[in-house]
Design a protein around this ligand. Structure first.
Ligand code: HEC
Ligand code: HEC
Ligand code: HEC
Ligand code: HEC
Ligand code: HEC
Ligand code: HEC
Ligand code: HEC
Ligand code: HEC
Length: 461
C-alpha cells in the first residue's frame, strides 16, 4: 500500500498538466515562445567586459558597433551593403560603426570592399590579431555592440556571432530608445527569425517557403502572370520587386502584413489566404483544412535530423501536398457520370487510366494496397485509404480521382460549385498538383504536364 498515494498524486498531476489541443490544429501543447526574451535583452550581468588594445579603445567614446570581417569572405560580401546602410541608419541614434578587418586582410582588398559596398565608416586592419582575440571572434562576419565601461574597459551590449543577412534590425532594436519604433514596411523573413525561431522553422517545412523555387525551376519567375502569389507583398508599397530577393516566396509578411503586427497594425492572417488561394489556383480551399497544414509549431518537437530530412523533402518537391487532397465525401463511381458526360466517358474508357488495374493484374500486384493506391479511385475523398476495400478497383483511375468526389454533383444533377473543374487559368497550380499526386518523380521521372495533358484530357486539347 506504500505506493498508493504517490501513484495517485502522479496521475492527478498528469491530468492537471495535460495540454489542451490547439484550436487551430497545430501541434498540441506548444505556444509562441522566446520573442519577449530577445526584446528584454540577454542577461547583461552574464556578459563579460572587454579589454580592447588601448590605441584602438580610444576611438570608442559612446555606443559603437564593431563589425569584424574579412574583405574576401563570401559571407561578409553578402552582408556588406546591409552593414553600410546600417551604419547610416545608426548615426541618428548616436551609434558609430568601426570595421575591424582580420589580420591577414590586404589594404587593397579592404579598400575595394569599402568601395563595392559603400562603407563610409573607418576600418582598422587587426594586424596582430589583438582585437580579434580580445573580442573572442570565432568567425567572420561578426558584430558587437559595445559602450565605454569602467577603468578603460568596454561593456558589451549585445553580440551577433555570426552576423547574418537581415540582422540589421536586431542591431537597430538594441540601439533604439523605443525598440518598436524600428518596425515599419516590408522587412523580409530574415528580420523575423531571430525573435520567432519556432514559427520560422515551422514555416520552412511548408511549401510557402519554396513557392519562388517552384517558379524558377519552371522558368516562370519573370512571368508577371505568375509572380504575384508566389512572393510577399506583390503590388503593395515596399513589397516584392526584382531588387528585393528577400521577399520572394510566401513569407511571414504575406499573411501578417508588413513588419508583422509590430508597427501597430495587426492584420488578420486568415484574411490573406483567399487572395492567393482562389478557386482557380487552389482546389476547394477551406481554412478548416488549410490552417492545420501550416502548423507554426511543427518543428518544435523534432530532432535536427528529422527537421533536415523534412526540409529537404519540401525543397526537392518530395513532401506531401495534403492540401490537394479532395474533401472527405463519398465518391459515386464513373458509371454515375456516363449519362450526362458521354463524350468524356467514352474518351476515358479507352484511356490508360481505365486500364491501370489490368496493368497491376498483369504484374500480379492487384492485391497490394501500396500499388492500388495510385492505380484506382478511392471510395471517398480525404486521406488515402490503407485498405483494399477503400478503393473502386473495377474502374481503376476514374473520373473522381481527378475531379474529386461527385456525390453532391450527381444529386444536384450537375452544377459547377460541387465538382472540381481543374481550372484552365493556372493549369500548373491546380491540374499539375492533382496529376503529380500519382505521377510522382519516382513513378514517372519524365513527367511533363504539357505533353501529358493532351493525352489525358478529354480530347479538347
Ligand atoms: C525583436 C524581436 C521581434 C522581432 C524582430 C519580430 N517580432 Fe514578432 N513578436 C515579438 C514579441 C515580443 C511578440 C509578443 C508575443 C511574444 O512574446 O512572443 C511578437 C508577436 C508577434 C505576432 C503575434 C501577434 C498577435 O497579435 O498574436 C506576430 C504575428 C509576429 N510577432 C510576427 C512577426 C513578423 C512577421 C516579424 C518579422 C517581420 C516579427 N514578428 C519580428 C518580437 C519580435
Ligand atoms: C501570397 C499568396 C499566398 C497567401 C497569402 C497564402 N498562400 Fe498558401 N500557398 C501559396 C502558394 C503559391 C502555394 C504553393 C507553393 C508551392 O508549392 O510552390 C501555397 C501552398 C499552401 C499550402 C500547401 C502547403 C504544404 O506545405 O503542403 C497550404 C496548406 C496553404 N498554402 C495554406 C495557406 C493558408 C492557411 C493561408 C492563410 C493563412 C495561405 N496559405 C496564404 C500562396 C499563398
Ligand atoms: C492567384 C494566385 C496565383 C497565381 C497568379 C499563380 N499561382 Fe501558382 N499557386 C497558387 C496557389 C494558392 C497554389 C497552391 C495550390 C494548392 O496547393 O492548393 C499554387 C501552386 C502552384 C504550383 C504547384 C506546385 C506543385 O509542385 O505542385 C505550381 C507549379 C505553380 N503554382 C506555378 C504557377 C505558375 C507557373 C503561375 C503562372 C502561370 C502561377 N503559379 C500563378 C497561387 C497562384
Ligand atoms: C500562410 C500564412 C502565414 C504565414 C506565411 C506565416 N504565418 Fe504566422 N500565423 C498565421 C496564422 C493563420 C496564425 C494563427 C492566427 C490565429 O491564432 O488565429 C499565425 C500566428 C502567428 C503568431 C502568433 C503566435 C502563435 O504562434 O500562435 C506568430 C508569432 C506568427 N504567426 C509568426 C509568424 C512568422 C515569424 C512567420 C514567418 C516565419 C509566419 N508567422 C508566417 C499565418 C501565417
Ligand atoms: C445529371 C447529369 C450529370 C451527372 C450525372 C454528372 N454531371 Fe457533371 N455536369 C453536369 C452539368 C449539367 C454540368 C455543366 C454545368 C454548367 O456548365 O453549368 C456539369 C459539369 C461538370 C464538370 C465541369 C465543372 C465546371 O466547373 O465547369 C465536371 C468536371 C463534371 N461535370 C464532372 C462530373 C463527374 C466526375 C460526374 C460523375 C461523378 C458527373 N459530372 C456527373 C451534369 C451532370
Ligand atoms: C490516381 C492516380 C492518378 C492520377 C490522379 C493521374 N494519373 Fe495518369 N496515370 C496513372 C497510372 C497508374 C497510369 C498508368 C496506367 C497504366 O498504364 O496502367 C497513368 C497513366 C497516364 C498516362 C499514360 C502514360 C503515358 O506516359 O503516356 C498519361 C498521359 C497520364 N497518366 C496523364 C495524367 C494527367 C495529365 C493527369 C492529371 C490531369 C493524371 N494522369 C492523373 C495514375 C494517375
Ligand atoms: C505514387 C503512385 C504510384 C504507385 C504507388 C504505384 N504506381 Fe504504378 N504507375 C503510376 C503512374 C503515374 C504510372 C504511369 C507512369 C508513366 O506514364 O510513365 C504507373 C505505371 C505503372 C506500370 C506501367 C508502366 C511501366 O512502368 O511499365 C506498371 C507495370 C506499374 N505502374 C506497376 C506498379 C506496381 C506493381 C506498383 C506497386 C509496387 C505500383 N505501380 C505503384 C503510379 C504509381
Ligand atoms: C486523369 C485525370 C482525369 C480523369 C480520370 C477524368 N478527367 Fe475530366 N478532365 C480532366 C482535365 C485535366 C480536364 C480539363 C482539361 C481538358 O479538358 O483536357 C477535364 C475536364 C472535364 C470536364 C469539363 C469539360 C469542359 O469542357 O469544361 C468534364 C465534364 C469532365 N472532365 C468529366 C469527366 C468524366 C465524366 C470523367 C470520367 C468518365 C473524367 N472527366 C475523367 C482530367 C480527368
Amino acid at each position: 500500500m506504500t505506493f498508493r498515494w504517490p501513484t495517485l498524486f502522479l496521475l492527478a498531476a498528469t491530468v492537471a498538466f495535460a495540454e489542451p489541443a490547439d484550436p487551430r490544429g497545430w501541434s498540441p501543447g506548444q505556444k509562441a515562445a522566446g520573442a519577449a526574451r530577445i526584446l528584454a535583452g540577454p542577461d547583461r550581468e552574464g556578459l563579460p567586459e572587454l579589454e580592447l588594445p588601448k590605441a584602438f579603445a580610444k576611438q570608442i567614446t559612446g555606443r559603437t558597433l564593431l563589425f569584424y570581417f574579412s574583405p574576401t569572405c563570401p559571407h561578409c560580401m553578402k552582408v556588406g551593403k546591409e552593414v553600410g546602410d546600417l551604419a547610416r541608419a545608426l548615426k541618428p541614434a548616436g551609434v558609430e560603426v568601426i570595421g575591424v578587418a582580420t589580420g591577414s586582410s590586404l589594404p587593397a582588398d579592404v579598400q575595394a570592399f569599402r568601395a563595392e559596398y559603400g562603407l563610409d565608416f573607418p576600418v582598422e586592419i587587426d594586424e596582430k590579431g589583438e582585437i580579434g582575440s580580445a573580442i573572442g571572434a570565432r568567425s567572420t562576419p561578426s558584430a558587437l555592440l559595445v559602450e565605454p565601461g569602467e577603468k578603460g574597459k568596454q561593456r558589451i551590449v549585445d553580440v551577433w556571432y555570426p552576423y547574418q543577412p537581415g540582422y540589421d534590425i536586431y542591431v537597430r532594436i538594441r540601439a533604439a530608445k523605443d525598440p518598436w519604433s524600428v518596425f515599419g514596411g516590408y522587412l523580409g523573413n530574415g528580420s523575423c527569425v531571430g525573435c520567432h525561431q519556432q514559427e520560422s522553422e515551422g514555416w520552412a517545412l511548408t511549401h510557402h517557403s519554396v513557392a519562388w523555387r517552384t517558379l524558377t525551376t519552371r522558368g516562370k519567375d519573370t512571368d508577371p502572370e505568375c509572380v504575384s502569389c508566389h512572393v510577399t507583398g506583390a503590388g503593395k508599397p515596399g513589397g516584392w520587386s526584382t531588387d528585393r530577393p528577400d521577399l520572394t516566396g510566401v513569407g511571414c509578411e504575406a499573411c501578417h502584413g508588413p513588419s508583422g503586427p509590430h508597427d501597430g497594425v495587426r492584420d488578420e492572417p486568415k484574411d490573406a489566404c483567399a487572395t492567393c488561394h482562389d478557386a482557380k489556383h487552389s482546389i476547394r480551399f477551406s481554412l478548416e483544412r488549410a490552417v492545420p497544414l501550416i502548423d507554426h509549431y511543427a518543428a518544435n518537437a523534432m530532432d535536427d535530423e528529422t527537421f533536415r530530412a523534412r526540409r529537404m523533402a519540401v525543397v526537392e518537391g518530395q513532401a506531401d501536398r495534403s492540401l490537394v487532397a479532395f474533401p472527405t465525401e463519398p465518391t459515386v463511381g464513373a458509371e454515375a457520370c456516363k449519362s450526362c458526360h458521354e463524350a468524356e466517358y467514352a474518351q476515358w474508357a479507352g484511356s490508360p487510366h481505365h486500364h491501370a488495374m489490368q496493368t497491376l493484374r498483369d504484374a500480379q500486384k492487384e492485391g497490394q494496397v501500396d500499388c492500388v493506391r495510385c492505380h484506382a479511385t478511392p471510395t471517398r475523398g480525404g486521406p488515402t485509404p490503407t485498405e483494399l476495400s477503400g478503393f473502386r478497383v473495377a474502374e481503376a483511375v476514374g473520373c473522381e480521382a481527378c475531379h474529386g468526389p461527385g456525390q453532391a454533383h450527381v444529386e444536384a444533377k450537375g452544377g459547377t460549385e460541387n465538382i472540381e473543374k481543374l481550372g484552365d487559368d493556372c493549369p500548373v497550380c491546380v491540374i499539375e498538383a492533382v496529376c503529380t499526386s500519382c505521377h510522382t518523380s519516382e513513378q514517372d521521372p519524365d513527367w511533363d504536364l504539357e505533353k501529358a495533358l493532351p493525352k489525358a484530357g478529354h480530347g479538347a486539347r
